[in-house]
Design a protein around this ligand. Sequence first.
Ligand SMILES: [Zn+2]
Length: 246
Amino acid sequence: MHHHASDAFILGTYPLRERDRIVVFLTRDAGKKRGVARGSRGPKSAFSGALEPMTEARVLYFEKEGRELVSLNSADVIRSSFPIAKDLDRGLLLSAFAESLQTFVSDSEPAEPFYRLARHALDGLFAGAPADLAAAYFDVWILKLSGLFPSPAECAVCGAPLAVAGPLLFDESRPGFVHPECRSGEAQRVSVTARETLRRILSSPLDPEARPPGLLEVSTVARRARRHFLGHELKSQRVLAELKGE
Ligand SMILES: [Zn+2]
């Protein structure tokens, strides 16, 4: 039996029996964990308010050798996501972040960079970053940290460098950025301004005051690359798209 105390982001909860829940959470040193929170569906639960998606909490849990499910003893809120969840656009984004992290972070492997990304994106939202900026930043970086974001510097087909100036072409079937003569079919054009925005996203912290142009193009690249690797769209993405009438 191992006893752990850790900072964690809550990624999701699932009902279990009448009064309990399974809680999925992200830790720095042990990646993604699943734990049973006993009594957390009860009216006087000690977990009250601490289990919302992307709320950061100090958790205490017990782990038994060879068991996948841990036992979650307590969760004390460090920073509640509630102030952001009140706002529809940004609230949906919290679900999207949580679902992406559940998808891309491994079980029980150290996940410090993912933890820092979650913290950084939340800091940005709390500092007033608009939903589309925080979404583009997060979507690019979760792929980058997973080693899946295509390099904008070299062609995904022939490997030779791409022109350093001018628009980019993104070929979803690779997926990657390609020379015009190397693409195999339809390719998405990424304008010069969107390319510059992507460069900034990949090289600088999220600036909540920034309103860079071309975010939709950058988000589309990230979404298509993600869909290519997963073979499907994230559930939260479908909800977001429906709301925007896409
Ligand atoms: Zn090429």
